[in-house]
Design a protein around this ligand. Structure first.
Ligand code: C2E
Ligand code: CA
Ligand code: CA
Length: 556
C-alpha cells in the first residue's frame, strides 16, 4: 500500500490514484499524452503555415502542461519522453533559424529551454522525494516501504531469496535508562556494524525502532551472515551519554523465511521471518530459526490467549486458588500462595503456565498483577485479622512490574484501598527481574520492605542471578525451585546442591521454602537439610477460596 507523507489529503488522494493505476493503464495514458502532444505540435505547424498569429504560445503552453502530466504519472519515463519531444521541437526550430537566417522562432526556442529546465528540476525533486520515502532517516537504510518494493521486485523476478528478520533485545530498556539520543547513536553504531558484514551480499532495511530486515539470495549466506551479524551486535558498544561513556551489551535474535517455499507474498515473508525470530528468542539453544508452519500455529494460539486474557479481565473470568505453605517441623500453617486461574467463556480451563508468559510479553501482565494483588488482599483481609497466628499471603508479581519505577507505591495504594495489613503480604519475584533493571528492582524491594511487606525470591536455582546482586536484594524468603527438589531423592548431587542453597539462604538471613514437594521421602530429606517451610502436593494442592479460608480459620 503506497504511503503519502506530509501532504494534504486531496493531493494525497490524487497521487494515490496515479500510484494505484495498473502498469497497463499508465502505458495507455502515456501513449495518449504523446498523441495529444503531437496533435498540439501539428496545430502549431498549421498556425505557422497559415500565418495564424497569437495561438502558438497557447499551444506550446498546452504542450508543456501535457509534459508535466507525463512527469507526474511516471517521472522517469515522463521526463525521458518529454525531453525527446521537446528536443525534437528545439532541433526543428534551430534548423528553421539556420535555414531561413531569421530569428523569429527564438522566443519560442527560449521558452522550450525554460520548459526543459523546469521539467528536469521537477524530475530531480521527484527523485529526491522518492528516495526519502524509502529511506530511514536515522540510519540511512531502506525503510519498511523500501523493503516492500525490494521484496516485490524480487518476487516478480522469481529467483529464490531469504528474508532475515533481526530484532535487538531489550532495546527499550536502553532508551529508558540512557535516553533516546543514546539509543539513536547505538542504533547507528549497530547499523554500521551490520553493514560491514553484509557488504554487497544483501540489502539491509530498518523497519521499526530496533527491527532490521536483511534480504539475501543464498541460503548459505543467510545462516552465515545472520550468525555473524548477531555476534557483531553482541560486541561491547561504548558511547557517550550525559558526558559519560557508557558500555552497552546488546543481544539479538534472527528469524529466516524463504521465497518461494514459505510464501509468495512480501508481507507474509516478513511476518514469517518475524515469527521465526520470535521462536529463536524463546529458545535457549539457538539465536537463529528458520520459519516452519508449527511456529505459525503457536502464534495463532498466542493471539487467541491474548484475546482470552482481555476478555477474562473485562468480564471477570479470573479467579484465585490458594496453595498452603507449612512449617516443616510441626506442619504449622505459614500461609498461602495465591495462584491465578482463568476460565474461558466456554468454561474451559487455561493453565497460568500457558497464559502468563503471553501476558508478560505485553502490558496485560501489569493489569493481571494488579488484579491478583487486589483480589487476594480483599479475600483475605478479614481472615488475616481474625486468626491469631501470623498468616502470610504470597502474590506472584512479574519482572516487568517489580522492575518498574513506582511499583511499591502502587502496592501501597492497594493496601490502603483494601485495608490489608502489610506484614501479612508477601510479594514473590523471580530472578528474571534483575535482567530488566537492577536499580529500579532493588529500589522497589527496599521500599516494599520499608512498608513492612515480605519479599520472596521464587524459582531459585533456575536463573542466573549473580551472587553480588543477590546479596544486595533485601529479601526474606528463598523459594527452592521444584526442579531442584524433584531430584533430591534419586540424585546425590541434587541433594548436595539443595543443602548448599538452603545454607546460603540462611547465610543471607533468609528463611527457605522448598516448592513442588510431592512425597514423604523428599519431606524427610528437606527436614534433615534444615529447610524451614514446604509447599507442594504432599501437604496440599492449590485450594479454592472457601477451602483455603476454612483451613486458615481452623489452624488458628
Ligand atoms: P510458580 O509461582 O512457581 O507456582 C508454583 C506452581 O507449581 C503452581 O502452578 C503450583 O500449582 C505448582 N505446584 C505446586 N506444588 C506442586 C507439586 O507438588 N507438584 C507439581 N507438579 N506442581 C506443583 P500453577 O498454578 O500452574 O502456576 C504456574 C506458574 O504460573 C507459577 O509458577 C507462576 O510463575 C505463574 N503464576 C501463577 N499465578 C500467577 C499470578 O497470579 N501472577 C503471576 N504473575 N504469575 C502467576
Ligand atoms: Ca510463585
Ligand atoms: Ca516457583
Amino acid at each position: 500500500m503506497p504511503i503519502c507523507f506530509e501532504k494534504s489529503n486531496r493531493e494525497c488522494a490524487g497521487t494515490l490514484m496515479i500510484q494505484e493505476m495498473s502498469k497497463k493503464k499508465k502505458i495507455g495514458l502515456m501513449v495518449f499524452l504523446v498523441l495529444v502532444w503531437l496533435g498540439l505540435q501539428a496545430g502549431i505547424g498549421m498556425c505557422d503555415r497559415y500565418g495564424i498569429k497569437g495561438y502558438n504560445g497557447v499551444l506550446t503552453a498546452a504542450q508543456f502542461a501535457v509534459c508535466l502530466l507525463a512527469v507526474w504519472i511516471n517521472y522517469k519515463v515522463g521526463t525521458a519522453i518529454s525531453m525527446i519531444l521537446i528536443g525534437f521541437s528545439m532541433i526543428n526550430m534551430l534548423a528553421v533559424m539556420i535555414v531561413t537566417r531569421k530569428m523569429e522562432p527564438l522566443p519560442g526556442f527560449c521558452n522550450l529551454v525554460i520548459y526543459t529546465v523546469t521539467l528536469l528540476l521537477l524530475c530531480v525533486q521527484f527523485r529526491i522525494r522518492e528516495k526519502a520515502a524509502v529511506t530511514d532517516i536515522l540510519t540511512g537504510l531502506q525503510n519498511r516501504r523500501g523493503l516492500y518494493q525490494e521484496l516485490n521486485a524480487g518476487i516478480e523476478k522469481g529467483k529464490p531469496f531469504y528474508v532475515i528478520y533481526i530484532d535487538l533485545e531489550n532495546f527499550k530498556v536502553i532508551n529508558d535508562n540512557y535516553g533516546h539520543t543514546y539509543g539513536d547513536s547505538l542504533l547507528q553504531l549497530v547499523t554500521k556494524r551490520m553493514k560491514e558484514i553484509v557488504g554487497n551480499r544483501g540489502v539491509l532495511s530498518r523497519i521499526g525502532g530496533d527491527e532490521f530486515v536483511l534480504v539475501v539470495d543464498d541460503e548459505m549466506d543467510a545462516a552465515e551472515i545472520a550468525e555473524r551479524i548477531l555476534d557483531k551486535i553482541c560486541e561491547k558498544a561504548t558511547l557517550a551519554a550525559n558526558f559519560t561513556w557508557i558500555d552497552s551489551y546488546l543481544t539479538a535474535y534472527a528469524g529466516i523465511s524463504r521465497f518461494p517455499e514459505d510464501s509468495l507474498d512480501a508481507e507474509a515473508l516478513i511476518k514469517y521471518a518475524d515469527i521465526a525470530m520470535y521462536q529463536a528468542s524463546k529458545e535457549n539453544k539457538t539465536r537463529i530459526c528458520f520459519f516452519n508452519r508449527t511456529m505459525e500455529e503457536h502464534l495463532k494460539r498466542e493471539v487467541e490467549l491474548e484475546r482470552l486474557i482481555k476478555n477474562a479481565l473485562a468480564k471477570d473470568y479470573f479467579y484465585l486458588v490458594y496453595q498452603p505453605q507449612y512449617k516443616l517441623g510441626d506442619k504449622k500453617l505459614r500461609g498461602f500462595e495465591a495462584l491465578l486461574r482463568m476460565r474461558t467463556p466456554k468454561g474451559e480451563f487455561v493453565s497460568p503456565a500457558e497464559f502468563i508468559p503471553v501476558a508478560e510479553k505485553g502490558d496485560l501482565i501489569l493489569q493481571i498483577d494488579d488484579y491478583v494483588l487486589r483480589r487476594a488482599m480483599k479475600e483475605f483481609k478479614d481472615i488475616v485479622e481474625q486468626v491469631e497466628e501470623e498468616l502470610t499471603i504470597s502474590v506472584n508479581v512479574s519482572a516487568k512490574n517489580i522492575s518498574a519505577k513506582g511499583f511499591a507505591n502502587k502496592v501501597k495504594a492497594i493496601l490502603d484501598e483494601t485495608g490489608f495489613p502489610p506484614a501479612n503480604l508477601e510479594i514473590e519475584i523471580t530472578e528474571y527481574c534483575m535482567v530488566q533493571s537492577v536499580e529500579a528492582t532493588i529500589q522497589n524491594i527496599v521500599e516494599l520492605r520499608a512498608l513492612g511487606i515480605q519479599v520472596a525470591l521464587d524459582d531459585f536455582g533456575t536463573g542466573y542471578t549473580s551472587l553480588s546482586y543477590l546479596a544486595k536484594m533485601p529479601i526474606n524468603l528463598l523459594k527452592v525451585d521444584k526442579s531442584l527438589v524433584d531430584d533430591i531423592v534419586a540424585n546425590e548431587k541434587s541433594r548436595d546442591f539443595v543443602t548448599a542453597v538452603i545454607a546460603m539462604g540462611h547465610l543471607m538471613g533468609c528463611e527457605v521454602i522448598s516448592e513442588g514437594v510431592e512425597n514423604e521421602e523428599q519431606l524427610a530429606l528437606l527436614n534433615g537439610q534444615e529447610c524451614d517451610f514446604v509447599q507442594g502436593y504432599v501437604w496440599g494442592k492449590p485450594l479454592d477460596y472457601e477451602a483455603a479460608r476454612d483451613i486458615a480459620l481452623r489452624a488458628s
